[in-house]
Design a protein. Structure first.
Length: 277
């Protein structure tokens, strides 16, 4: 997949929805108690080591509440920060900063969390094996989560069901595997075709057919090595299925081209940030 570029207009619209969710129907009734209009300076600090992501989302959250707020970034999306690193400086009225604070930090924490977890997998997998995300994303936030994966050094799998053919065990439960692969090849019209197998018998059934990638799902290391040895000559190879930070190295060492990991989007912990007044 090519690099994801999020337009300012897209980011602004997403942030507007988040602010509306937080402020409907009566605004921030607590922060509105503040009468002092003095301009203050606040530091945005990372409470842990992380890959930063989502700074433009945070900036827009503050700007949409008060366009006089200055959000001065000290790090870039995709950069690594240590604990207690200064990420940004915010200048503005305290009341307006507090109104936007949680929405800004939610985007920053979530996007940075996915980027950070992805990067942990990428480092363990090594340079020869790609780490891919899946479609296991929060509805309507997929493009943001896949953007975060790219920040962490990962690779995007298909964005939607029409991006490529992915023939899985659920499809073959009611249809013959070889027949489905043949139909995909016939009707492909240039679309990439990935075929999932969970044993070597299935692999041998489809070897020689003209598709792109074999996806080895939930196979033990011994069978995975054997499968890759057979398939490597013909196809790109991919592994998936309950792969975590403890097992990623051993899977990558099999020589597989890429590993898809659902947890980098659906189970990434949020990165902790704080505002220092």
């Amino acid at each position: 997949m090519s690099k994801i570029k999020l337009s300012e207009n897209f980011i602004e619209n997403i942030v507007k929805l988040a602010l509306n969710e937080d402020l409907y129907p009566s605004g921030d009734i607590t922060s509105n108690l503040i009468q002092d209009k003095k301009i203050i300076k606040i530091k945005l600090i990372s409470n842990q080591k992380a890959i930063i992501g989502g700074l433009l989302f945070a900036k827009h959250a503050f700007k949409l509440i008060d366009n006089k707020i200055k959000f001065i970034v000290k790090k870039k999306d995709g950069s690594f920060v240590k604990k207690n690193s200064l990420v940004a400086i915010i200048h503005g009225k305290a009341k307006n900063i507090l109104i936007a604070e949680r929405v800004a930090l939610n985007f920053l924490s979530h996007i940075s969390g996915i980027a950070t977890k992805t990067n942990q997998f990428v480092k363990l997998a090594g340079k020869k094996c790609k780490i891919c995300c899946t479609r296991k994303t929060i509805p309507n936030l997929r493009v943001i989560q896949k953007y975060a994966v790219k920040l962490g050094g990962g690779t995007n799998h298909r964005f939607n069901l029409s991006d490529e053919f992915l023939i899985k065990d659920n499809h073959t439960a009611s249809s013959d595997l070889k027949k489905l692969v043949s139909l995909a090849i016939k009707n492909g019209k240039g679309k990439k075709i990935t075929v999932e197998v969970d044993n070597l018998k299935q692999l041998k059934k489809i070897i020689g057919l003209k598709f792109n990638t074999v996806l080895f799902d939930n196979m033990n290391i011994k069978d995975l090595k054997s499968g890759i040895k057979i398939a490597k000559k013909y196809y790109e190879t991919e592994a998936s299925g309950n792969i975590n930070l403890r097992t990623i190295k051993s899977v990558a060492k099999t020589g597989v081209d890429r590993i898809s990991v659902g947890s980098i989007t659906h189970s990434a912990s949020a990165v902790d940030f704080k505002l220092e007044f």
